[in-house]
Design a protein around this ligand. Structure first.
Ligand SMILES: CC(C)(COP(=O)(O)OP(=O)(O)OC[C@H]1O[C@@H](n2cnc3c(N)ncnc32)[C@H](O)[C@@H]1OP(=O)(O)O)[C@@H](O)C(=O)NCCC(=O)NCCS
Length: 138
């Protein structure tokens, strides 16, 4: 287990009700298509496949939110992925995730589809929105 995988898992567990285990991060970090951008109190993991990229997860420490960290991580990842040749960035977000939906709207994402019953919730499964935005070199 790398120190990075442990650190990401720890922060992820602070940010999400259903955190991913350390070995999930170790496996993702071992894949050549995975990119990680980390800030002191947040990180974003993306996957690059030729000219398309997707956000695998994005987490900001609950005590450090609304300070621009999430937006900064998206901007940084988008610029780096565009520099590697990606032209579109995708993600899935739960319909009830108000903060993330607002952040993605503020960073240029638009709805590209819906995955019905994608996320488990105590009261029953809820939909995921598939969002995407264009990536451009500056
Ligand atoms: C979603 C998340 C990453 C946002 O991180 P953040 O660092 O707080 O976001 P930022 O400070 O960069 O916010 C940028 C803009 O997004 C919008 N936004 C972010 N959080 C918001 C909230 N709770 N309510 C309304 N708008 C919000 C605002 O427009 C905000 O700009 P403003 O603060 O100037 O109004 C963070 O809330 C988080 O880690 N949530 C739990 C994990 C998660 O849901 N990840 C995404 C999974 S798809």
């Amino acid at each position: 287990m790398t120190e990075l995988a442990v650190a990401l898992a720890r922060l992820h567990a602070r940010a999400f009700a259903d955190p991913w285990p350390e070995d999930a991060f170790a496996q993702l970090l071992a894949q050549p298509t995975t990119r990680v951008h980390a800030a002191p109190h947040g990180f974003i993991l993306t996957r690059l496949t030729v000219d398309e990229a997707e956000i695998l997860t994005l987490a900001v420490d609950p005590e450090r939110r609304r300070a621009g960290i999430g937006r900064g991580l998206i901007d940084e990842a988008a610029a780096a992925l565009a520099a590697e040749g990606a032209t579109r960035l995708f993600l899935e977000v739960a319909v009830d995730n108000v903060a993330a939906r607002a952040l993605y709207a503020a960073t240029g994402f638009a709805e590209a589809g819906v995955r019905r019953g994608y996320y488990a919730r105590p009261g029953g499964a809820i939909d995921a929105l598939v969002l995407s935005r264009e990536l451009k070199l500056p």
